[in-house]
Design a protein around this ligand. Structure first.
Ligand code: S3P
Length: 445
């Protein structure tokens, strides 16, 4: 099993670029696949998760080419039209990706053929009824195994639009329902209990589909067709999170006045809760060079080291930072005083139980913390080394592996991080990017 050995380093400096946005890359493949015409995608994330979606769309009859040199890769999707997908004839393997599985469940619910979705050991344990329940209300015929994959979707169902109050703040469930809504009779409305990422809504508009979103009430009208378009994928804010924290907790002499810049990051406000949380903790972050990549706002983010203080994380920011808590917990361990996170029980059903796995890892490095059912309490150590050296089991969770890599900036000795192969599900090239910024990480297989 591959692992990282991370030696202590003083800080990060210079400029980094993070790979394309994972959520947007999945959606580009799905919508491009059912559009009329050729959709060109620049900046597509060629990570294992998105490649699983690509393979699935190909198996459903969509021709997809990857062109261009490394760093400027382009994906061309020959859309087959709303009603042009064909049954794969075998189970579609969504790998490690909950997004791929839940969104594909929505997309496949209104098709004429049967489908089955499976995944890796982590994905096979994750809850799928949250997507199946509203889709069944629309008329879909979906089976799960005690709420978990395999997900079996019977073809030929006739779907009707519904008005659905989401019981959990989940962009994946919202998106699954909206995608099924493309095939339904009448309008489909989803009401969100809290703001979640809105990439599906933005992208549907770009493909010429009527979507209305007002104060957490999102309605899609079934379109006659989707029109292929050209898409630019911004850098993934969630991948930038590790470097935002790294920049904030850098301490070595020479870093105090230096700047560290992460270029070309998507700053869709439904994703950037971590910026607000870090700002409340006293971090020195500046957004510069604002621009847009199609429907998505983009900026460079400049980070300076700062003395962080513990806070109670405001509840409304939790869904806006849902993938960033592993990195935030590392920042909290370097802050003065206590940080309290509540209302984040969703972390227990991510790629790993991120509350339990982070608590175990932080404790292995000597951090004073305790997990609660829906969050974590962390008492930080602002001066000197916040972490001892030690050995961490990432439980195969990419974001946990990358978060503990960043902890090395405030560690007294080397950290070994086990089971890191899944970093490639979201951030291919992480080790090289991290080393380029100043982290002393090496992968051993
Ligand atoms: C995602 C939504 C979030 C997030 C995941 C990606 C998406 O999941 O954690 O990494 O692309 O829609 P939930 O919708 O389950 O919160």
């Amino acid at each position: 099993m591959s692992h990282y050995i991370v030696q202590p380093a003083a800080g990060v400096s210079g400029t980094v670029r993070v790979p394309g946005d994972k959520s947007i890359s999945h959606r580009a493949l799905m919508l491009g696949g059912i559009a009329d015409g050729v959709t060109e995608v620049r900046g597509f994330l060629e990570s294992e998760d998105c490649l699983a979606t690509m393979k699935a769309m190909r198996a459903l009859g969509v021709s997809i080419d990857q062109t261009g040199a490394a760093g400027a890769r382009e994906v061309r999707i020959q859309g087959v039209g709303l009603h042009g997908l064909k049954g794969a004839g075998h189970a579609l393997d969504m790998g490690n990706s909950g997004t791929a599985m839940r969104l594909m469940t929505g997309l496949l619910a209104g098709q004429q053929f049967d489908s089955e979705l499976i995944g890796d050991a982590s994905l096979m344990k994750r809850p799928m009824e949250r997507a199946a329940v509203p889709l069944r209300k629309m008329g879909a015929r979906i089976r799960t195994l005690e709420g978990k994959p395999p997900v079996q979707i019977a073809g030929g169902a006739s779907l009707s639009g519904i008005r659905y109050d989401l019981p959990v703040a989940s962009a994946q469930v919202k998106s699954a329902v909206l995608l099924a809504g493309l095939y339904a009779r009448g309008a489909t409305t989803v009401i969100e209990p809290a703001v979640t990422r809105d990439h599906t809504e933005r992208m549907l508009l770009g493909f010429g589909c009527a979507v209305e979103a007002v104060k957490g009430v999102v309605t899609v009208e079934p379109p006659a067709r989707l029109n292929a378009c050209s898409l630019d994928v911004p850098g993934d804010f969630s991948s930038s999170a590790f470097f935002l924290v790294a920049g904030a907790i850098s301490t070595g002499s020479g870093f105090a006045g230096s700047s560290f810049v992460i270029r070309g990051v998507g700053i869709n406000p439904t994703r950037t809760g971590l910026l607000d949380i870090l700002a409340l903790m006293g971090a020195d972050l500046r957004l510069i060079n604002h621009r847009s990549a199609g429907a998505e706002p983009v900026a460079d983010i400049e980070v300076h080291p700062a003395k962080l203080r513990g806070i109670t994380v405001p509840g409304h920011l939790v869904p806006l930072a849902i993938d960033e808590f592993p990195a935030l917990f590392v920042a909290a361990a370097c802050a003065e005083g206590e940080t309290l996170v509540t209302g984040a029980e969703e972390l227990r059903v991510k790629e790993s139980d991120r509350i339990a796995v982070m608590e175990r890892g932080l404790k292995a490095l000597g951090v004073d913390c305790e997990a609660t059912p829906d969050g974590m309490r962390i008492r930080g150590k602002p001066a000197g080394a916040a972490f001892s050296g030690g050995r961490i089991d990432s439980d195969g969770d990419h974001r946990i592996a990358m978060s503990f890599t960043v902890a090395s900036l405030r560690a007294a000795a080397a950290i070994q991080i086990d089971d890191v192969a899944n970093v490639a599900t979201s951030f291919p090239g992480f080790v090289a990017t991290a080393r380029g910024a100043g982290l002393n990480v090496a992968e051993h297989t």
